[in-house]
Design a protein around this ligand. Structure first.
Ligand code: AGP
Length: 616
């Protein structure tokens, strides 16, 4: 998720673009760059790190005056956060500059094609291929930049927002959109392009949201939109009513609400390009050889907080699909207990930020014992992937709210992918089940989308329960880590006492906590009715209800067995048992955020917490 700005008009483009990037910096801050066209010459400046680094560079090495320009703040997906990988990317002839948000799924074959044609690629990014392809096509379309963009877009697969300028076409900015946002800002004698309206509402509130597979050609006094074939496209102009702060949140009240809503796309983006057309997993990006994976005799997950809960879910999946033993360790405890790890142990270090010191110290300890480390991380080029042997990046985009939501779901997806890949490489006794799960995994973004709209229901429930002294969460199997995650969300957002239990453990002590009205959130495993697991959790719900608990039951559509014991029933889509955390977690995230709001807390920045805990 990157920040994109384009401008053509009468003002100084650089000032408009940099100001717009500042408004979009929450979308990505690994690097920033700008390009302008002045007197028929394209000029760019780009720098790793936050926008301020680019501004320092511009102060020392200014760009020429210009009324046309583009700019980009990057959230790295392919290629670390370096100067070379920063956008804009420029064609070999120095005439085309391109900026990009998204993932070009077929970039590897395009890179190979360009290299074979003698093009020298200067970055590790997927984006750079577009600059070279545009330069190659332009002469064949009479230097029509919009037509060149349409021609190139027809060759791309994946998710992309692209914006380009060309030095020989000095008064045109061209954009294209597939599965990634791009809006036009229409001004008087000037026009804007941006990832979201926050970038230009200081100049105009008249906007056009581009649709799927559309190309827009912007001049200072015209906006022309077509589809990828060149046919005129219908567009709807609208007035932006948000203020700047609301615009940064995409109109949501909080970043957390926005990030909960982004989960279907985050899950989809994390799957993108990793499941081949025949359903086989393609994870060579991990750079772990098949022999490495055949050699391991144990997997040990090290992580903290929500990432630790993702590891607990991974244990169930990995052991079931691969029959490789899997231990899950709190990173802060791991290296102090003299753990048994060695060269045949695969360490899975899960971290959204990649900077959690507990996890860093644990992985360093494991590497000293000779273990290989595979990082699952959301932040390109951060410390944990840098110090690991291999990495599988989640593609959740920047997670601004301290309470982790979309990062958690994408950690689950990455863990499933790793487990399925290990099963694929080592062979397994569930051949047909693996193929079925891979098919089901591809359906999960839509199922997560279905479960998003529990907000009103959870707001009402939070209002009812906001004075409860404590909230208990129970689950079985992968529902147990979900119970832990639900309790953590409520603790860190609503500052309430909350505790998650394995439902089978209640009778061994915790059931003594129950009295009239104690809220107990019960996660019921899929599939409905057809498993001992399901029967057990239903009897656990009866047990707690018999002792006065107020039961809030999370159960799949059509599961009627729980209805008599649910004071409040939240429905989730049916899915395979092991994948259920992808949907059962979402109502708990929404409930915790609603409870925090009901209590008047800062949902995005809860007290005492930091987004990345960089101390032990
Ligand atoms: C989750 O809501 C918390 N913010 C926290 O537990 C977090 O998951 C933990 O600190 C680990 O962070 P990491 O994923 O960046 O390593």
């Amino acid at each position: 998720m990157c920040g994109i700005v384009g401008y053509v008009g009468e003002k100084q483009a650089l000032q408009v673009v940099v100001e717009g990037l500042r408004r979009l910096e929450y979308r990505g801050y690994d690097s920033a760059g700008v390009a302008v066209v002045a007197d028929g010459v394209l000029d760019t400046r780009k720098k790793a790190g936050k926008l301020v680094n680019l501004e320092t560079l511009l102060g020392a090495d200014p760009l020429p005056q210009s009324t046309i320009g583009i700019g980009h703040t990057r959230w790295a997906t392919h290629g670390g956060p370096t100067d070379a990988n920063a956008h804009p990317h420029v064609s070999e002839d120095g005439k085309v500059a391109v900026i990009h948000n998204g993932i070009i799924e077929n970039f590897a074959e395009l890179r190979a094609e360009l290299s074979a044609a003698g093009v020298t690629l200067s970055s590790e990014t997927d984006t750079e291929v577009v600059a070279h392809l545009l330069a190659a096509v332009l002469p064949t379309v009479r230097m029509d930049l919009a037509e060149a963009m349409r021609t190139v877009c027809r060759r791309l697969s994946g998710a992309f927002t692209l914006v380009a300028v060309h030095s020989d076409v000095p008064d045109v900015v061209v954009g294209a959109r597939r599965n990634s946002p791009l809006v036009v800002g229409r001004g008087q004698g000037e026009n804007f392009l941006a990832s979201d309206v926050a970038a230009f509402i200081a100049h105009t509130r008249s906007a056009i949201e581009l649709g799927q597979d559309q190309v827009v050609e912007l001049r200072r006094d015209s906006v022309v939109v077509t589809d990828f074939e060149g046919a005129p496209a219908d567009v709807t102009e609208y007035e932006v009513t948000w203020d700047a702060s609301a615009a940064e949140k995409g109109g949501y009240e909080t970043f957390m609400a926005k990030e909960i809503a982004e989960q279907p796309k985050a899950v989809s983006d994390t799957l993108l390009g990793r499941i081949g057309p025949t359903g086989r997993l393609q994870l060579d990006e991990m750079r772990l050889s098949e022999n490495d994976l055949r050699e391991i005799d144990k997997v040990v997950v090290i992580a903290c907080g929500t990432a630790y809960h993702a590891g607990l879910v991974a244990k169930y999946a990995l052991e079931h699909w691969t029959r490789v033993p899997c231990e899950v360790e709190l990173a802060s405890e791991f290296r102090y207990r003299d753990p048994v790890v060695g060269p045949r142990t695969l360490i899975l270090a899960i971290s959204q930020s990649g900077e959690t010191m507990d996890t860093i110290m644990a992985l360093r300890y494991a590497r000293e014992q000779g273990s290989k480390v595979l990082a699952i991380c959301n932040t390109q080029g951060s410390t944990i992937p840098r110090e690991s042997d291999a990495v599988l990046y989640t593609h959740a985009g920047p997670e601004v709210a301290v309470a982790s939501t979309k990062a958690f779901l994408t950690q689950l997806v990455a863990c499933y992918l790793v487990a399925l890949y290990v099963a694929q490489v080592r062979g397994n006794k569930f051949g047909d089940e693996i193929a079925a799960v891979v098919r089901e995994l591809k359906d999960m973004p839509q199922k997560v989308d279905l479960v998003l709209d529990t907000t009103e229901e959870m707001k009402a429930l939070a209002e009812e329960l906001k004075d409860a002294p404590s909230v208990l969460f129970i689950g079985r199997h992968v529902g147990f880590p979900v119970a832990l995650e639900g309790a953590l969300k409520l603790k860190e957002l609503a500052y309430m006492h909350a505790e998650g239990f394995a439902a089978g453990e209640l009778k061994h002590g915790p059931i003594a906590l129950l009295e009239e009205g104690v809220p107990v959130i019960c996660i019921v495993p899929s599939p409905a009715g057809r498993s001992v697991l399901h029967e057990k959790i239903v009897s656990n719900i009866q047990e707690v209800r018999a002792r006065g608990a107020r039961t809030i039951v999370i159960a799949e559509e059509g599961d009627e067995s729980v209805v008599p014991y649910a004071d409040h029933l939240v429905r989730i889509p049916a899915c395979p048992t092991l994948l259920q955390p992808l949907v059962s977690t979402v109502p708990l995230q929404v409930f915790a955020a609603a409870m925090a709001a009901a209590k008047g807390h800062d949902v995005d920045q809860p007290r005492n917490l930091a987004k990345s805990v960089t101390v032990e």
